[in-house]
Ligand binder design. Structure first.
Ligand code: GAR
Length: 197
């Protein structure tokens, strides 16, 4: 059975979307966090997913000792070291159209800047902040009626719809296809909310 690890420091909403998407697949998911009090660890407990607090300094030995098919960063707020990056294939999700708005609070910074199009990026992880080659992106359009919390919600809806199928493609050694993403239901729409505006 393939084994992946989801790494997060925050709430874990992307982790939850991943767990739900893969519940009927033959895939073992482990959850780790660099913050012992993080919501993602509590959520993992509630969902019955194996989880542990993993101090940043222990990443190297942990990834050397475990053989994961994929390391999935979902709100993990530290930059992995070059050494850790040699131990596993890591991907990350970021709530902007990279390379714009790297770093923390990307949604609010994009909103405050007055962007008319933002979105979600999924990318390979490098030792640069939100760096690494892009795997998939999806837009979220803003109009003048949209407030910040509606924009945040639209971004998170896209994240939760986009990350799991992209992970699935990587695990199956396939290229991610938007055709598949857009046709998840019979109405030709993945329901991610990105095209609503
Ligand atoms: C997500 O919006 C993710 O894109 C972002 O953190 C949030 C985690 O939410 N990641 C970054 O900003 C990475 N630079 P979650 O814990 O509810 O999944």
């Amino acid at each position: 059975m393939k084994k992946i690890v989801v790494m997060g420091s925050g709430n874990g909403s992307n982790f939850e979307a991943i767990v739900k998407y893969f519940q009927n697949y033959d895939l073992k998911i482990l959850c780790v966090s660099d913050s012992s009090e993080s919501g993602i660890l509590k959520l993992a407990q509630r969902l019955g997913i194996e989880n542990r607090y993993l101090p940043f300094e222990q990443n190297d030995s942990f990834f050397r000792d475990n053989n994961f098919e994929l390391g999935v960063l979902a709100g993990y707020m530290r930059i992995l070291t070059e050494q850790t990056l040699t131990c596993c294939n890591f991907i990350n999700i970021h709530p902007s159209l990279l390379p714009a708005f790297k770093g923390k609070d990307a949604i609010k910074r994009a909103y405050d800047y007055g962007v008319k199009v933002s979105g979600v990026s999924i990318h390979h992880v490098s030792s640069e902040l939100d760096g690494g080659k892009i795997i998939a992106q999806y837009p979220v359009f803003l109009d003048e009626t949209m407030n910040l919390s509606e924009f945040e919600q639209a971004i998170h809806d896209v994240e939760h719809a986009l990350y799991p199928p992209v992970i699935k493609c990587i695990l199956e050694n396939k290229l991610f296809s938007f055709d598949m993403f857009l046709r998840q239901d019979n109405q030709g729409c993945g329901g991610c909310g990105g095209c609503k505006h």
